[in-house]
Design a protein around this ligand. Structure first.
Ligand SMILES: [Zn+2]
Length: 353
């Protein structure tokens, strides 16, 4: 067997495993509907649960194209938007909930989400302003030049309309059940990628809806975000800083303990072996922290300089994403006493201990 044949065989085997996993979910009445988004991540997965109430987990973004494709995908399963009785929102990112308001209006569906997320969703526009201001402060504090921060503000404003405020009519508590006729969905809070990440376990079928908490082919970025319970005027500099990556890794370890038949993510294909994938992710973050430690040891730098060193121009075009990634790993190094933060004129320089 040539190496190329080996690769092809593995790809075919993996494709088959994905098909089998989706078929297993479909047999349990859970169908993946891949909805287009304008974002780099590509399509977002909504999941139709054929049960009573007829349930849709996540909606896709607020766009005519997303709505059109969602309607077509529902029709394949013999349903229309008007049939939806319960909408479940997994977290606060617009590619996941943007259409929820329109769907709820058209169908009269109840909207379920973590109760701590409800105020955010109700005042989405205002919350996004607060998020943007928080992000700007973090970017300036960690060495991103003001002109890049200004440019990114315009980018963020341009994307705003892909989300829309929605009222949560069925607030959920973590570690309780969302009861449908044929199944119970266990509600689990797994913050890290965002403060509100919620995953849902169909206990009888051992099927986990993971949203962006765990994705098969991309590592979920632990985005720096205001805490859900933050005061309106969250302190400047934000203190204590939210520790998105440390929180995320703790959440991953909890999910690792679960017994699952399959995990269905918010983007891309199903996760077949969640334990192996989580171990891979945890190792990736340890390695990346060590790489960042070495960069800091060779020369004191800002988080933005580290991002540039690691990702080149992407650290400019995706400045907040890459900054979040670096700061997440710096949090690991701070926790372990390997680096310190040294502030000059409001900008943080990182030094090795
Ligand atoms: Zn997300």
């Amino acid at each position: 067997m040539t190496p190329a044949e080996g690769v092809r065989e593995r790809e075919e085997r993996e494709a088959q495993q994905e098909q089998d996993a989706l078929a297993l979910a479909a047999a349990a009445g859970i169908h993946r509907l891949a909805i287009p988004t304008p974002f780099m991540v590509g399509r977002v997965n909504a999941y139709l649960i054929e049960d009573s109430p007829l349930t849709l987990v996540d909606s896709g973004p607020n766009s005519a194209k997303a709505l059109d494709e969602l309607e077509q995908a529902l029709a394949i399963h013999g349903h229309a938007v008007e049939d939806i009785e319960l909408l479940v929102i997994t977290h606060q990112h617009m590619d996941h909930f943007g259409l929820a308001s329109i769907l709820a209006r058209r169908s009269g569906a109840e909207v379920a989400a973590l109760s701590a997320l409800a105020p955010f969703l109700a005042s989405y526009g205002h919350q996004t302003d607060l998020e943007d201001r928080f992000a700007e402060r973090m970017m300036l504090r960690h060495g991103i030049p003001p002109e890049i921060v200004t440019a990114l503000r315009a980018v963020s404003a341009g994307f705003r309309a892909w989300g829309e405020a929605v009222e949560v009519t069925r607030p959920l508590q973590a570690d309780t059940h969302l009861e449908l006729r044929d199944r119970k969905l266990r509600v689990l809070h797994r913050p890290g990628h965002s403060p509100s990440d919620t995953i849902f376990l169909d206990e009888a079928n051992s099927i986990l809806l993971t949203a962006d908490h765990l994705i098969a082919n991309i590592s979920s970025n632990p985005l720096l975000s205001r805490p859900l319970d933050a005061e309106e005027e969250y302190s400047s500099p934000p203190s204590p800083r939210p520790q998105a990556l440390i929180t995320y890794m703790d959440s991953l370890r909890k999910t690792r303990e679960m017994e699952l038949a399959v995990a269905l993510p918010g983007h891309g294909g199903p996760v077949i072996d969640h334990v192996a994938l989580i171990d891979q992710r945890l190792r990736l973050h340890e390695r990346r922290a060590e790489k960042i430690r070495r960069l800091i040891a060779s020369e004191p730098r800002t988080a933005h300089e580290i991002a540039q060193e690691m990702w080149g121009n992407v650290a400019v075009t995706q400045a907040y994403l890459t900054l979040s990634e670096v700061i997440g790993h710096v949090d690991l190094l701070l926790r372990d006493g390997q680096v310190i933060e040294d502030e000059h004129d409001g900008v943080v320089l990182l030094r090795a201990v």
